[in-house]
Structures are given as C-alpha cells and as structure tokens.
Ligand binder design. Structure first.
Ligand code: PGA
Length: 242
C-alpha cells in the first residue's frame, strides 16, 4: 500500500485533476456516494464540477454526499456554516437532490445524539470516495493531532492553530466556534478511496509528514499510508519539501 501522488503546477491544474477523479467515481458507479470536504482547498474542484455539469458532461442526480464536519452552534442557514458553504459552492448549482446531501447538524440540541445519528448514516452509506484537505498541523476533517486512529464521529475542541487558519470567515478569533462535529479517523478510513488535496507553502511540512513521516497520531494524515487506495494531489508549493 502506498499513497499515489500527483503534482500539478498550480491550483487550477490541481483542481482539474481532482475533478477528473471525482467524475470518474460518479461515472463508474450507478449510485455514487461522495464524502465531501469544505475549506479553501476544494473550492476550485467544486467550480470545475459545476462547469462540467453546466456543459452536460456530468450529472449528480443519482449522487449522495456526506460531509466531513460542521461547526457546533451554527445552523445550516448561517452563512458561516459548512452546510451553507456546500450550497453556495456546489449544491445549488448542480442537479443533486437536497435530501441526498448529508452534513452534521451543528445546531442540534444534543450534539452527542447528533454524532450517533451521523455515525448511523455513515454506516449505511458506503462512500466510494472521501475528499480531504489537510490542516497545517496535519489534521484531516477536524481530527487534530493526538486523535485516536479508531475514533468515530464525535464532538471535538478545535486546536488554536485550526481556529486561526479559519478565522477569516468569522471576522476575528473570538467569533470562531471552539467546538465542531467531525467524522472520526476510522470513519474517514472506511471510504473505498481517499482523495486528499493540498495547495500552498503553508501545507508543505504537513504534506511531508503525511507522506514520509512515521504513521503516528501526532500527524493524523499519516494514517493514509495504511489506506489501500489513497491519492494525493499537490501543487508545486505544497510539494516543495518532498
Ligand atoms: P483549507 O483547510 O482547505 O481551508 O486549507 C483544509 C483543512 O483544514 O483540512
């Protein structure tokens, strides 16, 4: 088992390659299930998917999606929620049925019941592919360094570095939620295929640790070395330390 690595010149080319892989997954399966991610990194991929849908190259009418994570305390119509991000960047531009898109409910009254509900969904929807970004600290989803590899969906306290990386949308650190719901590492690993994207210099050292470091809970992404079908797409900047 080794991670397949593609290096592309820039973010645009990285996004095109990622769309090619996602679209292959959609075409190869009668009822595809996509594990999706939010953040800056996948927006180029989503733009490409929307463009290909508009040109009639791909349809999402049979697709189901399950997202990685959501901030605690934010409802789906909060413009800073990941649910809102998905609508804005992908779902409202393609032919996916809203009832086929799953994302943890950050506004649930009881977050631990919500985690159990989400785990049940994950058990029943076998993901053909799980898309991931990587945090500058090596996190995947919101699984911060130190998270047990056997974790399933849970409520996490976000690392300061993660809150800092994401404060843009919140107009200040003090407004960034402290907690989130995330798929666990074992949930991520149970997808048939993994596709991780990384762009920019600030990801280079986490990328090195993931690909060349020892498999360790100190770098959650290093677990991908043990996945039977993991692919990583990097731009030049993210690949500069490998
Ligand atoms: P980013 O986040 O795509 O906004 O860099 C990735 C992540 O933290 O997983």
């Amino acid at each position: 088992m080794s991670i397949k690595v593609f290096i592309r010149n820039d973010y645009q080319e990285l996004s095109i390659k990622a769309a090619e892989i996602v679209e292959e997954t959609v075409s190869d399966n009668p009822f595809p299930v996509l594990g999706l991610a939010t953040g800056k990194t996948p927006t180029g991929l989503y733009r490409q998917l929307v463009a290909d849908y508009s040109r009639g190259i791909i349809s999402f009418s049979n697709v189901k999606t399950v997202n990685l994570d959501e901030y605690a305390g934010l409802s789906a119509d909060d413009t800073r929620s990941f649910a809102f991000f998905m609508k804005k960047n992908l779902f409202s531009h393609i032919d996916i049925l809203p009832q086929n898109t799953y994302i943890p409910n950050g506004a649930a009254d009881d977050l631990s019941i919500e985690c159990r509900r989400y785990s049940y969904i994950l058990k029943n929807l076998k993901r053909d592919i799980q898309l991931l970004g990587i945090g500058s600290n090596g996190h995947i989803g919101f699984n911060e360094p130190g998270t047990p590899f056997d974790s399933t969906t849970y409520v996490v306290r976000l690392a300061e570095s993660t809150r800092k990386d994401n404060f843009g949308a919140f107009g200040g650190m003090e407004n960034v939620p402290e907690m989130a719901i995330t798929m666990g590492i074992s949930d991520i690993m149970s997808a048939k295929k993994i596709l991780l994207l990384a762009s920019g210099k600030n990801k280079a050292s986490a990328v090195r640790e993931m690909l060349l470091g020892k498999v360790s809970e100190d770098c959650p992404a290093s677990i991908l070395q043990r996945h039977p079908d993991a692919t990583v797409i990097l731009d030049r900047d993210a690949s500069r330390l490998i």
